[in-house]
Ligand binder design. Sequence first.
Ligand code: F0G
Length: 355
Amino acid sequence: AQQWRGVIREYAHRLDVTETTPIVTLGEGGTPLVEATHLSARIDARVLVKFEGMNPTGSFKDRGMTMAVTKAVEQGAKAIACASTGNTSASAAAYAAHAGITAAVLVPDGKIAMGKLAQSVVHGARLLQVQGNFDDCLEITKELSEHYPVHLVNSVNDDRIEGQKTAAFEIVDVLGDAPDIHCIPVGNAGNITAYWRGYTEAARHGDTTRTPRMLGFQALGAAPIVRGEVVREPDTVATAIRIGNPASWEQALAVRDESRGGFWAIDDERILAAQRLLAREEGIFVEPASAISLAGLLERHAAGEIPKGCTVVLTVTGHGLKDAQWGLRLDDGSDASPQVVRAETSEVASLLGLA
Ligand code: F0G
């Protein structure tokens, strides 16, 4: 059997590539759309989880990065640059390594998950921890790309959005139509923009009979779109979406209006509770920023906003192993300290309640 060929080859007819485009791929995309039976029963609807942590570097960023790095190489770039809360930098580092070019990545000092930092280092990126937040990093990176020979691969680069729209195509291919509702975390708002582009293109080509309502969720301490103003000091445990001035703000508002959707803010405790729920009830371990899709869905359901029997897709954007410390946290907020036992079968059996 032929293996999945990555999003550019699988969806070449919907992307700006030619026979001679030098495709840079790690086999991204083709991620599972998991039927979430327990969550479905809980809210009386059909819930499916698009598990983007299953991409090569553990997040949805790989869909956009394959396209951005491919186009950069096609244009002769020798170096790419990005600002990041951790996942974009991990992805840029890996794809640059694969392409044999340099990646320069700027991240907020001390505010990205350990796994993500390790990824940038292991792939050999030029990593700088900036004394500032993500928004500062993005400003500097944009200026760098204007004045120096580096190719910007943040989602303000439309090639990123083009690559990321393929996630919507995959969902449509599996379901045979678009879902009624799509829940998604929002940081810079690049991904919600990309999904909406994917769904509207699919509808235009006659692949679907409808487009979904797009429900976007921001962390309470980093919710500029919800509040309608820039947040100067964004703060949340969901470091991936710790963003106070989203690059695709206007596009996000257009998605809200065109899809009859909306944006809501979710507090950190609900985000972490949803992370544990998804892990325990469905076997899917995601990072905190990703769990906001579920926390948001539960909140909208409690508000009576989710019609019975409708189809809901949750995008969970990054793997839980990226930020594993949260996995050790118990419901009461304390850290798990797994029991230690002597190497004796009878004692193990008794502690497990088997004897
Ligand atoms: N979820 C995760 C795990 C992310 O890493 C990001 C963004 C988002 C959601 C939000 O997506 O920005 O398109 O609205 N992470 C960027 C980064 C900012 O640098 O890795 P968005």
